[in-house]
Design a protein around this ligand. Structure first.
Ligand code: ADP
Length: 584
């Protein structure tokens, strides 16, 4: 039941009860007043008739008088003698009059005889009708002693009914007016309340955009204003919370590390993109059980420990078979719910794949260097031992032995020089001194140096670079690049083979090519020859001196110049190394 209906019901019931009580009271009053008025009238008129009847009258005069006055006044008039005999009666003719019994016993007649006036209300024995009687004694000469007027109660009641009907009509109209006024007042009062309730319900349902209308200046209007202010404050609060939530969400999703927050119920509360990538989860796993999301029993076990015993996990290495990557897991208990006794767990997965790879590279590098150094060192040791144990006396062989020792020592020196060079280039310690350098001249110098190194080589070197071709490069470093490439081209050639250095430019891009007619490189090795210590086939290059670092140095020096190096080769036919310099 709405407030409007309740108020209306109370007001209508009150109005109805009031109207009924007032109407009943008023009807009673009206009934009494009508009856009193009639009684007073009869009394006054009967007194007048009595005054008229003093003196002698004949019987017919009396009957005529009774009929005439009864007719005019509208009621029954009876004239009675001292002994109670009825002398005249307006309701009877002469014969009827003769039949009428003595009236001295009638209560009103008896009372009037004694007191001068008498009243009664009763059924008439003569006419069988109910009457209101009033009798007056005639004090004076004449046959008439008592004048009695009789009014039928029906007449009185009819008048009473007419007035009561009027009262009831007035009561009904008043009730209708009261109800209408109550309805209008209640509607006026309850309308803003209903609008406010509807707005509050809409707000509860999430629609905070509509204001409660404010009408007038009463308490309800003030309440509407308060509701509107409350709503605005709520909207502001929600916006603040929303902004904070968005900020937090963007921070969480922006974190490179995998992030996972689990509640005390072992269900996922928050996770970020990185976490989903690590564990191959397609959609947001919020609300799922940890075991459904992370299918790694070890991780689940450890996180259970964090959830149960407040222990922390540090640096636990986790491998993801799905992605083949490695992660370091850090987890700690956190308070997920404010004031909650049991805590959740926050886990962070750091990707250490690259670190591990770097560590592997480092270990491999150390192993390679040790290996490369150990071989010549072992030879040096062996020959020095041979010399010490009498080899010095072997005049024929001692110089040969010493030359071998020298060659290996040179090789070790070369290796250390190359390593130092490479590490300086890689760490950026080498600063290029760029200047325009004619490439033809640079290539000729490099070729001469290589020929000097290999005086016995039966390989021809042709330099076919236009005199005008030049590039802004570091002369010394680029000389080193060309020497490395031409040196390889000679080393991995065949007797009677040739090496050709060709230069050209394509637009602004300057290109140098070192082509040889040598043994070539198998296609599966093409990718790897620029790696440190890589040699195509240890057996085939066994007799060819080299550190395996030359092409790695070439690659890094070209990168430092902003250029590139690539190779194409055909096994058994030769290789071509292409250097490209970007426009200066
Ligand atoms: P190295 O000191 O052994 O020459 P590099 O880094 O210069 O080291 O070369 C790596 C390997 O690449 C060589 O050992 C060789 O097997 C192969 N290689 C390089 N240049 C050529 C070439 N012109 N023809 C055939 N093989 C080559």
């Amino acid at each position: 039941m709405t407030v409007r209906h309740k108020l209306l019901a109370v007001l209508v019931v009150t109005a109805l009860v009031t109207s009924v009580v007032l109407a009943v009271g008023a009807v009673q009053l009206v009934r009494d007043a009508v009856r009193d008025r009639y009684t007073e009238r009869i009394a006054a008129e009967t007194r007048l008739l009595a005054a008229w009847l003093v003196g002698e009258r004949s019987a017919s005069e009396l009957q005529e008088f009774a009929v005439l006055s009864g007719d005019r006044l509208g009621y029954r008039v009876t004239l009675i003698a001292d002994d109670g005999k009825v002398l005249a009666d307006s309701s009877q003719d002469e014969a009827g009059l003769a039949r009428m019994e003595n009236h001295s016993g009638r209560p009103e007649v008896r009372q009037a005889m004694l007191e001068g006036t008498g009243d009664s209300e009763r059924l008439s024995d003569t006419t069988g009708t109910r009457y209101l009687y009033h009798a007056v004694r005639v004090d004076g000469p004449g046959p008439v002693r008592i004048v009695r007027a009789a009014l039928t109660t029906y007449q009185v009641e009819r008048a009473q009914l007419r007035y009561a009907g009027l009262v009831v009509l007035v009561a009904v109209v008043a009730l209708a007016l009261l109800c209408t006024a109550a309805y209008l007042a209640v509607r006026r009062l309850s309308k803003p309340l209903e609008i406010m309730t509807a707005a509050a319900e809409r707000a509860a349902g999430g629609d905070l955009g509509v204001d409660v209308p404010r009408t007038g200046g009463d308490e309800i209007a003030r309440m509407a204003e308060s509701v509107n202010r409350m709503k605005s404050a709520l909207v502001r609060k929600i916006e603040d919370v929303d902004a904070e939530r968005r900020l937090l969400a963007s921070v969480v999703s922006g974190i490179k590390e995998g992030l996972l927050l689990i509640g005390p119920d072992r269900r996922v509360r928050v996770s970020n993109e990185s976490f989903r990538r690590i564990f191959g989860v397609a959609s947001d796993p919020e609300g799922l059980l940890l075991a459904e999301v992370v299918r790694n029993p070890e991780v689940n076990r450890e996180l259970d420990v964090v959830l149960a015993g407040h222990a922390e996990i540090r640096e636990m290495v986790v491998r993801s078979p799905e992605t083949g990557r490695s992660f370091e897991l850090h987890a700690a208990p956190v308070q997920v719910e404010p004031g909650g006794r049991s805590s959740g767990a926050l886990a962070l997965f750091f990707d250490i794949t690259r670190l591990e790879a770097l560590e592997n590279v480092r270990q491999e590098f150390v192993a390679n260097v040790s290996h490369e150094l150990r071989t010549p060192l072992t030879s040096i040791r062996a020959f020095v031992e041979t010399l010490l144990e009498g080899g010095l006396d072997d005049v024929e062989n001692r110089e040969r032995f010493l030359r071998i020792v020298q060659r290996h020592a040179d090789y070790m020196g070369e290796l250390i020089d190359d390593l130092t060079d490479l590490s300086r280039i890689e760490t950026g310690a080498v600063v290029l001194e760029r200047a325009p350098v004619p490439l033809c001249e640079l290539a000729r110098d490099a070729a001469a140096r290589v020929l000097h190194r290999h005086p016995a080589a039966r390989v021809e070197i042709h330099v076919d670079v236009p005199e005008s071709l030049s590039a802004r490069i570091d002369r010394r470093r680029m000389g080193q690049v060309l020497v490395n490439l031409i040196d390889n081209a000679v080393k991995f050639n065949r007797p009677g083979g040739e090496v050709r250095v060709v230069g050209e430019h394509e637009g602004d891009v300057v290109r140098l090519e070192v082509r040889d007619s040598g043994i070539g490189i198998p296609s599966e090795s093409l990718e790897r020859i620029f790696n440190r210590f890589y040699r195509v086939d240890k057996a085939r290059s066994k007799d060819v001196p080299g550190t395996g670092l030359g092409l790695a140095i070439v690659k890094h020096l070209m990168r430092l110049h902003g250029g590139s190096v690539r190779v194409r080769s055909e096994l058994g036919r030769g290789s071509t190394f292409v250097l490209e310099f970007p426009p200066a």
